[in-house]
Design a protein around this ligand. Structure first.
Ligand SMILES: *Cc1c(COP(=O)(O)O)cnc(C)c1O
Length: 363
């Protein structure tokens, strides 16, 4: 943390690049380490605030402080993104209505379908780009789930308009901010109640960690979610939190570079005859393409590159891609020949040369 001695000027309104580097550090005291150490502890000496390893850990707390500063709220870390999603969906009372994008992350849609099948809630899946449809669906909702941009369709929601309609209906509003990251979008400033992350992706950024997080500036919601997290034990591993915090220190640099590469590649892909459609929302590091010659061409592409790795997941320093419909759980409204590209931070000319060679081989 910045030095908070009373005789020093106290900076306010720090920008994301500064917060990513400075937030969540140990106190500036002689011989303290600059970085939060990995505290491996299942139990603590009685009489304090933590007591047991399921209720807290200084390494998680440092990660939570840093992500909380970036999103503008209080952060709770979770074992995975999906355990954070499940803990939020558990806020919905019996039979409550949840509105969500039909192209939300598959795991989120699967959780909603499972809860609905067991009579726990009613899920209403909408086209998130059709703001009128979404606003109409918000009436009687208990919770409105937004993901913007969506994975992998890359649709963008009108967050302020939907947020207002949802609040008029008395619903909580959640934004899954995994794709944009707080470098590009801070939904709490639009008045949403909860931001959720798969910290597995950009926040950690090196394809070596599973972690989730929720951020809110509603103290009551924070308390309820912490109690549920601790009750079910959906807590992160200490090493995971430490690696995520280490990754977070370069978040802004990685996102900026991935975005610059993605913009350049999206433009070049538009001009390639093997590519029927390019979906790029104008920001971020994810580009989806639909191969002109169908699913077989898409599968072939994923086997013809030497730099681009065929793999699921996204948001790492390395460029990866995947035909999403190879998963049975992916929405049938996602084109069969859609390949989602997670653009990394390599040199864009090398990335393009590799991709172009493989695309040329298809035509
Ligand atoms: C990966 C992902 C999740 C799930 O996170 P895990 O860490 O894999 O559990 C949720 N939302 C989005 C947008 C994702 O990409």
């Amino acid at each position: 943390m910045p030095d908070t001695s009373p005789d020093l000027p106290q900076p306010t309104g720090l920008r994301p690049a500064t917060l990513a580097v400075t937030a969540g550090r140990p106190e500036r005291v002689a011989d303290n380490p600059l970085n939060e150490p990995i505290t491996m502890a299942s139990t603590y000496v009685a009489g304090g605030e933590v007591e047991y390893g399921r209720y807290g850990n200084p390494t998680w707390a440092a990660f939570e402080e840093a992500l909380g500063a970036l999103e503008g709220g209080r952060c709770l870390s979770f074992a995975t993104g999906l355990s954070a999603v499940a803990t939020i969906l558990d806020l919905v009372g019996a039979g409550g209505r949840v509105v969500a994008p039909r192209h939300s992350y598959t795991g989120t849609v699967m959780q909603l379908a499972d809860l609905e099948a067991r009579g726990r809630l009613e899920a209403v899946l909408v086209d998130i780009t059709d703001t009128d449809e979404v606003v109409a669906a918000c009436a009687d909702a208990a919770l409105v789930w937004l993901e913007s941009p969506t994975n992998p369709a890359l649709e963008v929601a009108d967050i302020p308009t939907i947020r207002a309609a949802a609040h008029d209906a008395g619903a909580y509003v959640v934004v899954d901010n995994t794709f944009a990251t707080p470098v590009l979008q801070q939904p709490l400033t639009d008045g949403v109640d909860l931001v959720v992350h798969s910290a597995t992706k950009y926040l950690s950024g090196h394809s070596d960690v599973l972690l989730g997080a929720v951020v809110t500036n509603d103290d009551e919601l924070y308390g309820v979610l912490k109690q549920r997290r601790d009750l079910v034990g959906a807590v992160p591993g200490t090493l995971e939190a430490w690696l995520a915090l280490r990754g977070l220190r370069t978040l802004h640099l990685r996102v900026e570079r991935a975005q610059a590469n993605a913009r350049e590649l999206a433009g070049r892909l538009e001009g390639h005859p093997a590519v029927g459609e390019v979906r790029y929302p104008g920001s971020g590091g994810i580009v989806s393409i639909v191969l002109a010659q169908g699913a077989m061409a898409a599968d072939l592409l994923t086997r013809k590159t030497s730099l681009w790795v065929h793999t699921t997941s996204l948001g790492g320093v390395e460029s990866t891609f995947e035909r999403r419909r190879r998963w049975k759980a992916e929405a049938a409204t996602i084109p069969d020949a859609l390949v989602r590209l997670s653009v990394g931070i390599e040199d864009v000319e090398d990335l393009w040369a590799d991709l172009e060679r493989a695309l040329d081989a298809l035509t």
